[in-house]
Write a protein that binds this ligand. Structure first.
Ligand code: ZN
Length: 247
């Protein structure tokens, strides 16, 4: 008796796992495929599971339960969903940062505070209540561009290459890119990552000014200018999606 044969795909199911975890899932048909695959929904509040047609619900539940570590990691990312509002705490370059509002036309300030409180920095944004989210985005984009320039300037002498242009953009799929004209582009959301992570992306794109490929020579160059780059590349691989959930 196969329960799924009578289901119309896609459908929704809620799994109650041992230990009390509740997982909401959208079940889709994996046409022709034999394996089950799971990914997070866009808002990180549920999972999407693709399944072969001939499988029953208990097997899907077992599959979900067997991926506890994956679920932990991804639901932790979900906790990062935070809107730009006065009083919100967001990560900036590795510092937990309190967002504050100040009257329009005052000065934008980023202040470190190492007094062991709930946050390590304050970002004070001149804004009216109504524009706060937009002003915060603009301020962070600006900070991101400044940081990109600063990191490029620090690395460029080691490579003896100077980029034609440095820009930040709102990209979903790539953290950095480099074109044949020597323009470097970075995702502005790298500002939410620890600084060394931002640095790794900059080093990677700068190394492309010497080696326009991912050859052994390219990685040798990258390793020469940033010996521990792999650690930060991994960080981005595991945490990168979370950076899209802020603001
Ligand atoms: Zn590359």
């Amino acid at each position: 008796m196969n329960l799924l044969l009578f289901k119309k795909f896609p459908f929704f199911e809620t799994f109650h796992l041992d230990g009390g975890r509740v997982v909401r899932a959208e079940i889709r048909l994996n046409r022709g495929g034999r394996n089950m695959r799971m990914r997070m929904s866009r808002d990180h509040q549920s999972v999407i599971i693709t399944v072969p047609r001939f499988i029953d619900m208990s097997a899907i539940k077992k599959f979900v339960a067997g991926n506890g570590a994956w679920l932990d990691r991804n639901y932790n990312i979900a906790k990062n969903v935070v809107a730009f509002a006065p009083g919100a705490i967001i990560p900036i370059l590795g510092f937990t940062t309190l967002l504050e509002i100040s009257p329009p036309r005052t000065k934008l300030q980023f202040i470190r505070c190492d007094d062991g409180g709930d946050y390590q920095a304050r970002l004070i944004i001149p804004s009216s209540e109504i524009n706060f989210a937009e002003k915060t985005r603009v301020a962070l984009r600006k900070m991101s561009l400044q940081k990109a320039h600063e990191l490029v300037d620090a690395f460029a002498p080691k490579l003896n290459r100077i980029p034609a242009k440095v820009a930040v953009r709102d990209t979903k799929s790539r953290w950095g890119s480099c074109n044949s004209k020597g323009d470097l582009m970075f995702a502005w959301r790298l500002i939410f990552a620890p600084e060394a992570v931002f640095k790794e992306v900059v080093a990677h794109e700068l190394a492309h000014l010497k080696e326009m490929n991912h050859s052994r020579a390219f990685y040798a160059e990258l390793e020469r200018i940033m010996p521990d780059y792999k650690k930060y590349k991994d960080w981005l691989k595991h945490n990168g999606r979370g950076l899209h959930l802020i603001g």
